[in-house]
Design a protein around this ligand. Structure first.
Ligand SMILES: Nc1ccn([C@@H]2O[C@H](COP(=O)(O)OP(=O)(O)OC[C@H](O)CO)[C@@H](O)[C@H]2O)c(=O)n1
Length: 334
């Protein structure tokens, strides 16, 4: 690739802002400082940087946990959301919002569906009429969609709390199905407490979730369409799905099922997630890049945690800021 080659398009990525107008605190294990109030300043620095980019980002990916659960008991959820959305509105590019556990600590799924955090109106439909969302007649659909910002490139946003006990309310089929599934894997009374202190089974906790069969079948259809049209696909959601890209306590419950869908297609080049605030990265056995973005909430005020991705025919180049490292992501076929 020529030096200074123009990208086909660029986009911004940011994760786990977890804004709350409260004093700094710590994570549950008291091992990591959380800068609740300052996270809005870091978002503002990110939007300023994106607005000043010579090639304007086509969109921003916000990977979930936009505000912190501590807003809820303070009855500050809507105010906090307004503050963060105002931050995003300063950005010239529109944001695609994934939903994480903290969205559900603050809001019901019904509320989220009608809120500014539902970015499904940015979905691409025209070129993909044959695969309207397969869950159209499902009384409990997932929040998932796809879009194509440029020819031969597609992005799929998944709902990692489709099967979960925080993202599904009582009484509902998915809630009871999720509770049964979680209790089969975790015998603790407090389901936020992992069933085992180490290893992959740690992921069976209440603050995680997974993907329904219906959602994975829909994903399979989108990826088949992308394969047939020689597209390059990036998939994203709040929870990581590849063990080497994250601490195991942050993995989606049924990450293996999601991986098996991705691995049955040639089009997937990258998977992006948040949730593990320490971040992570690896390339899997099929050449898919798994990027877990460092969380803004655990980023000191003199640093930051966001990225700008430059997309080319044969690679994506991540320019990281603060805790997010620069990376070159060659597509599997190159
Ligand atoms: N061992 C634990 C961990 C957490 N909790 C409770 O679960 C809720 C969510 O935890 P929180 O740390 O806020 O979740 P994040 O999404 O910010 O971070 C993800 C993982 O924690 C990373 O490891 C909260 O109510 C905690 O108190 C728990 O009970 N036991």
């Amino acid at each position: 690739m020529e030096e200074n080659a123009q990208p086909l398009f660029t986009f911004g990525v940011i994760a786990d802002i977890q804004y709350a107008d409260i004093e700094d605190g710590f994570n549950f294990l008291q091992t990591r400082k959380r800068y609740y109030r300052n996270s809005i300043s870091l978002l503002n620095s990110a939007t300023e940087k994106w607005n000043a980019e010579p090639v304007q980002p086509s969109f921003i990916l916000q990977l979930g946990d936009i505000i912190d659960g501590f807003n809820n008991p303070r009855k500050a959820s809507e105010k906090a959301l307004e503050t963060v959305v105002n931050g995003f509105n300063k950005c010239k590019a529109k944001a695609h919002h994934a939903w994480g556990n903290h969205e559900f600590y603050n809001f019901s799924r019904t509320y989220l569906m009608d809120s500014v955090l539902n970015s499904k109106h940015l979905e691409s439909t025209s070129e993909f009429q044959s695969a309207k969302h397969v869950e159209e007649n499902n009384p409990e659909p997932s929040y998932s969609y796809h879009f194509s910002p440029a020819p031969n490139f597609r992005f799929v946003l998944l709902d990692a709390y489709d099967i979960s006990i925080i993202g599904r309310g009582e009484p509902s089929r998915k809630y009871y199905q999720s509770l049964k599934y979680l209790q089969e894997h975790n015998k603790n009374t407090n389901l936020n407490f992992p069933p085992e202190p180490t290893g992959m089974k740690q992921r069976f906790v209440e603050f995680n979730g997974g993907f329904s069969r219906e959602q994975l079948d829909w994903l399979n259809k989108v990826l088949t369409f992308a394969d047939n049209n020689q597209e390059k696909v990036t998939v994203m959601c709040h929870l990581p799905i590849y063990p080497a890209s994250t601490s195991p306590i942050c993995l989606a419950w049924n990450y293996e099922e999601a991986l098996s869908v991705l691995h049955s297609h040639q089009c997937v080049v990258c998977f992006m997630a948040g949730h593990d605030h320490d971040g992570g990265y690896c390339v899997d056995e099929c050449g898919i890049h798994h990027l877990t973005f460092e969380g803004v909430i655990e980023t000191p005020p003199d640093s930051n945690a966001f990225g700008t991705m430059y997309v080319y025919e044969d690679r994506m180049i991540l320019k990281g800021n603060g805790r997010v490292k620069d990376r070159i992501l060659l597509y599997p076929s190159f």
